[in-house]
Design a protein around this ligand. Sequence first.
Ligand code: ADP
Length: 160
Amino acid sequence: MERIGIFPGSFDPFTKGHEDIVRRFLPQFDRVIIALGVNSKKKYMFDTDSRIEHIESLFKACPTVSVEAYEGLTVDFCQRKKAGYLLRGLRSSADFEFEKAIAQMNADISKGEGNVVETLFLMTDKNLSAISSSIVREIKKNNGNIAQFVTNEELLIINT
Ligand code: ADP
C-alpha cells in the first residue's frame, strides 16, 4: 500500500518553517499532500489561489509532493485520500500541548471510521523555530520585509 502523508494547515502564508518540515518528511513517504484547509468563514491575508501556486512553486522539482485545498474535517480528507499519516512540526511546548490533543482526537475519530490516522511529528530546525505565519502576517501588515521567512514570497497576493 502507498505510504501517503498529509501536511495540513492554513499556511497564511507557507513559511520556511513549513517548507523545512515537508522536505524532511519527504524521504519517508511515497507521496506527501500539502493540504490547505479552507474555512469559508475565515478571512485570510493571502489569496487562496496564490497560496496554492506559491507552495507549488517551492516543490516543482519534487514529483511526490502535491498541494490541495480542502474543507471540513482533516481526518475525513485523509480517508478520502487513503492517507494513513498526518504530518506536523513542533516548535515549542505550547505546540506540543495543542498538537497532542488534536492528534489524540483525530486518532479517535478516524478509528470510528475504519482506518486510524496516526500523527507524526518532526522537531523544528533550530534556525527556523521562531517563524510563525501569524508573525509573518504582522510584519507584512506593517510593510516589513518577509523575504527571509518565506521563499518566493513575491508570488503571494494580498486579499483586498
Ligand atoms: P495553521 O497554518 O493551520 O495556522 P500553523 O502554521 O500553525 O498552522 O502550523 C501548521 C504546522 O506547521 C503545525 O504542525 C506547526 O507546528 C508547524 N509549523 C509552523 N511553523 C513552523 C516552524 N517554524 N517550524 C516547524 N514547524 C512549524
